[in-house]
Each structure stands twice: as C-alpha cells, then as structure tokens.
Design a protein around this ligand. Structure first.
Ligand code: ATP
Ligand code: MG
Length: 332
C-alpha cells in the first residue's frame, strides 16, 4: 500500500523468514558459519539457541543455499512428536520408502538408508527447528540417532534449533549425556544499535531501486531500545512506522512517528476494558468507516487548512463533507 509513496519495489519489513533479505550481522554470520563448518566437517551434533524472533529460522533457510551439492537435508518443524513419530517423519522427509512397524523396525530402515548414502558419499543432515518443544524422551532419542556412526564417520549430522527453553532443557542432569555430545553450540542474541541501523538500511535497500534513507538516527535509537535488536520486532515497528508516515504524508520517519507506533503496539495489547476507559482527547490516528484497521487503513488522509481537525480521504478533497467518516483511536 505505501510502497509507491516511498518508491519501494516491495514491502521491506515482512515478518516471514525470507533468505533474500538476509542481513549478515556478525551474530547471524557466525551462526551460519558454525552450521556450514559442522556440516562440511561432519561434526555430528550442533545446537543453536536464540531469543524469539532473533532470526534462527532465517539462518537455516539461508544455509540451504550454501550447502555442497552432495548434501541431503531433512527439516522437521513439527516438534510435538513421539519417538516413533519422529523417526517416521525423518524417513518421510528423506523420501525413503519405508515399511511401517515398531520404532525398532523404523530405526533399522533409517540405519540402512544412512549407510547406503554414506556409500554414495552423500552427507546427510537433519535439522530440527522449534526443538525447545521436544520432550526429554524424544531428545534422548535424538541423541541415540547421533550414535549412528561407522568406525570413522558420523552417519548423520543433527542440528537442533530452538528458543532459550531448549538451553534450559539441556541443563537437566538427565540430559548430561546429550550435552556431552554437542560438538558445536551457538547462542544468538539481538542486534546492537549500529547493527539495527544497518539492518534497517539493508532491508530498505533491497526493497528499493535507489537505496533510501528514511529513518532518522533518533528514530533508529528508539526502535533499537524498544526491540532490543530483535529483528522480528524491528520489522513490525518499521512496517507500522512506514504506514504512519504514509498516512501523515511524510517521507522521513522521525522519533515521534516511531514513538506513536510503539505506544499503539502497547495500546493494542491492553485488555478490552482498559481500552474503553481511555481519554478521547488523546485521540490521534484516523481510519475510514469501512476499515477499522486504524494504522493499516487503506485511505490516505489529506489535511485541510485546519490540520487534523479537517481531515479528508485521498479520494474526496471535500474535507468536512468527506464520506469516509473518520474514526479515531487513542495512541498514548
Ligand atoms: N539476519 C537477518 N536478516 C534479515 N532478516 C532477518 C534476519 N534475522 C531475522 N530476520 C527477520 O526477522 C523475522 C524473524 O526471523 P525468524 O523467523 O528467523 O526468527 P526465529 O528466531 O526463528 O523466531 P522464532 O523463535 O519465533 O522461531 C523474519 O521476518 C526475518 O526475516
Ligand atoms: Mg523460527
């Protein structure tokens, strides 16, 4: 909706883990390199943890474009599984035609498949994302899988990726054996202030033909403080800020705009009864009768000579007679 206004070719701050937008911050690059190293050197067992929204899924998606051609990967993202379901899922992901049966039967078919791949010099990699949801029992099963090896080589490289609870789970003394197997461990945290600025610029540049500088340094300060450098939160705030800039018809995103967006985000998280007692005098954001999405309202508002008291939709220019029937929402 606002892309044309800022001369963007697409939305720069989507919240999908799109590897095309990958910004190689030192932390993301280190996590990525740890994975590449562990896979190429057939290290066996790797664990990557990181805060919610920090970019774990983005890292392994980016990894997919960097693997040697002789690598085969299975990715498991549904982690609410029993041990047997996990083995079946792995067989399916590797497209092995297997005969159903007991867990032991499935395991022996998996073993057979792995040995055949080793004979063809195929490097087999299993990635389990959202691994914080695996039960201790299934984690133990995963450890057993990492035991599948010949005298000289691991048959399967296993990468576990998860939120900080995964790290906490691994502290359980029952999983000591598991912990001792981890060949490479990396924890991802948020971006620094400078990296946040580079990240925002990187995404804007990829989404524009000429490379643009929309956010003021103070706006970036605020985004960094609020998001603690977590990319998903940065994206959400930047996307809403661009939309607000568009609504207010300003191409520079200042700290005031960001501050309003942040207040609105917190406001939207308030329980319903708190929303109803808000002071209407603090109302600032506008929305048409049809939409009620407020900051996401499709209509562009023009200001008359009396500023915000004389708002009108982009279609009408009739100010006080505007049929869009402005609705308002409190921001602070
Ligand atoms: N290095 C990066 N470069 C570009 N975008 C990134 C980067 N890291 C994260 N993002 C963006 O941040 C958002 C969240 O990333 P992602 O889904 O990878 O986080 P996550 O750590 O897997 O989150 P969760 O804990 O919820 O699984 C996505 O929009 C993604 O594109
Ligand atoms: Mg993820």
């Amino acid at each position: 909706m606002y892309e044309k206004f800022y001369q963007l070719t697409e939305k720069p701050f989507n919240t999908t883990p799109d590897s095309k937008f990958f910004y190689p911050s030192p932390k993301h690059t280190e996590a990525l390199n740890s994975l590449i190293y562990a896979i190429n050197e057939r290290k066996g067992f790797v664990v990557i943890t990181g805060e919610i929204g920090v970019g774990k899924t983005t890292v392994w998606r980016t990894l997919m474009n960097k693997l040697e051609p002789n690598t085969k990967v299975a990715i498991i993202t549904n982690t609410h599984l029993t041990c047997k379901e996990l083995i079946a899922e792995i067989l399916e992901e590797f497209e092995v035609e297997y005969k159903p049966g007991t867990k032991q039967k499935l395991l022996s078919q998996l073993n057979k498949f792995l040995i055949s791949q080793l004979a063809s010099d195929i490097n087999i990699v299993l990635i389990i994302d959202e691994a914080q949801n695996l039960s201790p029992k299934v984690l133990e099963e995963v450890r057993m899988l990492s035991n599948l090896e010949t005298e000289t080589e691991k048959l399967i490289q296993i990468i576990l990726i998860g939120q900080p609870q995964l790290k906490a789970k691994l502290e359980n003394p029952r999983l000591e054996q598991f912990k001792q197997r981890i060949a490479v461990y990396y924890h991802m945290s948020g971006l620094s202030r400078e990296q946040t600025e580079n990240y925002i610029f990187h995404r804007l540049k990829l989404a524009s033909s000429n490379g643009i500088d929309i956010f003021t340094p103070k706006a970036v300060d605020l985004i960094h403080n609020y998001s603690r450098g977590i990319p998903r939160v940065i994206n959400l705030v930047c996307d809403s800020a661009l939309l607000s800039g568009y609504i207010y018809d300003t191409k520079k995103i200042t700290e005031n705009i960001v501050s309003e967006v942040i207040k609105e985000r917190d406001f939207n998280n308030l329980p319903a009864e708190e929303v109803s007692i808000l002071n209407p005098q603090e109302i600032k954001i506008f929305c048409c009768r049809d939409c009620e999405h407020y900051t996401r309202c499709d209509i562009k508002w023009n200001k008359g000579t009396h500023g915000e008291e004389q708002l009108c939709c982009s279609k009408c220019a009739d100010y006080s007679r505007c049929v869009a029937n402005v609705r308002k929402v409190k921001l602070n």
